[in-house]
Design a protein around this ligand. Structure first.
Ligand code: SAH
Length: 464
């Protein structure tokens, strides 16, 4: 170990920053939300913009007395001899000194920080490679739940109560392991501090109760793991059991713990290996064993994902269930083909629709697609019928259409046609992967949009 990142409690401490400019402001900003008293010595008595009321700023040139009682001093003063002088005054007052941009002359270096209030992670590279610590910091930011500090605050608040209730050291340790990995943690990280407190006390009062299971219904997005939410990625890492669909990509599943159990209940088109009721029973059963279950669905669980049914089944069984949204296929397809779903002057509504109803028949909601932008799911096989129905309902045969297949995946492609040539295009282009059909004037804004030749449109329209 070349450096030691000691953690200094800041309550009641004074932090001093000298000098003007962005370096000084950056140091002040670091401490803005801390309980430390902040002093800025720049000589003009002004507060840097955005710091008014938080920072004391004497209206005279820095002098020895300004450093009295300081714990940490950052010297961002530019003038070399003034820097030396200030460092001497600061050390004489008993402070640790950081000469900004001069690691050799400093008592300590400023680590890269991931700041979650009660929880702080410091990354120190001994000043050797600041860029390295910035990148590491970004990686840790992604890993660390934003509300982890709230969980730590709850633990601090409860510490003495726990000590009173559980006299034995081993019992306390076992309790902390249990409570900080159980429902109290989930609720705190989800922002429900009251619920977290209740769950905490419940765990404390019923030490013998079996571990409570939970099901997280999670949207896995369209396939590219970068399109997962941070929360989805975290819950995936924490899962004991993962129940997933066919549409969930292997790259997303790779984010799970290696020892997590994976169960594929994927449905193929026209082929249902695991019936819906069996999936629901499986979720209930695993949660009742006290497992952290992740039910992972392509796109968003509440858009053609039967998420509503699963939530209802779990609620009915008294299982705790939480839902994390995902990027639905239509949104991913819109982004990658650069087709805006609403566009001033072209489309002021968007309808997410399925081209097939229950038992494979037409959906009555197709009527909603005579205006605005339509985004059709599960509709490639039904293209001939959808085309005929929409033309019959009065949508123009020349309406621009885009088919986006395998959105966000390597094999992705976008094919443009018109409503009148939709069915023949599905045929001639052999669209067999999962695809979204967009229809409406907004499609003309797509990155590679090329209008279909007018003649072809007419011919197709006559045939339809
Ligand atoms: N819950 C999912 C939709 C499941 S229904 C979501 O929100 O995206 C399955 C349909 O989603 C497919 O028939 C196809 O229309 C669409 N789909 C899923 N993944 C897709 C992808 N990567 N590219 C294009 N369409 C996709």
């Amino acid at each position: 170990m070349q450096t030691f990142p000691a953690a200094l409690p800041l309550g009641g401490k004074t932090v001093v920053v000298t000098g003007a400019g962005p370096m000084a402001e950056a140091k002040l900003r670091l401490f803005l939300t801390s309980p430390a008293r902040l002093k800025w010595l720049a000589g003009d008595g002004a507060s840097p913009p955005g710091f008014a009321g938080r920072v004391e700023s004497p209206p005279h040139a820095p002098e020895a007395a300004d450093f009295a009682g300081a714990a940490l001093v950052f010297i961002a003063e530019a003038d070399p001899s003034a820097r030396r002088q200030q460092a001497r005054w600061a050390r004489a007052a008993g402070a640790l000194v950081n000469l900004v941009d001069e690691p050799e002359g400093s008592d300590f270096q400023t680590p890269a920080l991931v700041d979650r209030d009660e929880v702080v992670v410091a990354i120190a590279t001994g000043g050797a490679a600041p860029v390295l610590s910035v990148d590491l910091r970004a990686a840790i930011e992604r890993l660390l739940p934003p509300r982890i500090g709230r969980l730590a605050a709850l633990a601090r608040e409860m510490r003495s109560t726990v000590k009173r209730v559980l006299g034995d050291f081993e019992a306390r340790r076992a309790f902390w392991e249990r409570v900080l990995r159980g429902p109290a943690r989930d609720l705190a990280l989800a922002g429900d501090q009251e619920g977290a407190r209740r769950a905490f006390l419940d765990t404390l009062n019923r030490p013998e109760a079996p571990r409570e299971g939970v099901v997280h219904l999670i949207g896995a997005g369209p396939g590219d793991p970068e399109l997962l939410t941070l929360r989805a990625a975290r819950l995936l890492r924490e899962a004991d059991v993962i129940v997933h669909d066919r549409l969930v990509s292997p790259e997303v599943l790779d984010l799970a713990r290696r020892d997590a159990r994976r169960i594929n209940v994927g449905k193929q088109r026209n082929h249902h290996p695991v019936p819906q009721e069996a999936i629901e029973a499986l979720l209930v059963e695993e949660a009742q064993k006290g497992q952290r279950v992740v039910r992972l669905k392509g796109g968003d669980p509440f858009i053609f994902g039967r998420g509503g049914e699963e939530v209802a089944a779990l609620r009915a069984a008294g299982i705790r269930v939480e839902v994390t949204p995902g990027i639905s296929a239509a949104l991913a397809a819109a982004a990658s083909s650069q087709i805006p779903l609403t566009h001033r002057g072209l489309a002021s509504s968007v309808t997410l629709a399925s081209g097939v109803g229950r038992r494979g028949g037409p959906t009555p909601e197709l009527r909603a697609l005579v205006e605005g932008t339509g985004a059709l799911y599960m509709s490639v096989d039904a293209a001939p019928r959808i085309q005929a129905q929409l033309l019959a309902l009065g949508r123009d045969g020349a309406t621009p259409v885009a088919l986006v297949e395998h959105a966000s995946r390597d094999q992705e492609r976008t094919i443009y046609c018109t409503l009148a040539s939709l069915a023949s295009t599905v045929d001639s282009e052999a669209v067999t992967g999962p695809a979204i059909i967009f229809l409406g004037e907004a499609v003309t804004q797509g990155a590679a949009y090329a209008p279909a030749p007018a003649q072809a449109i007419q011919r197709e329209a006559q045939r339809a």
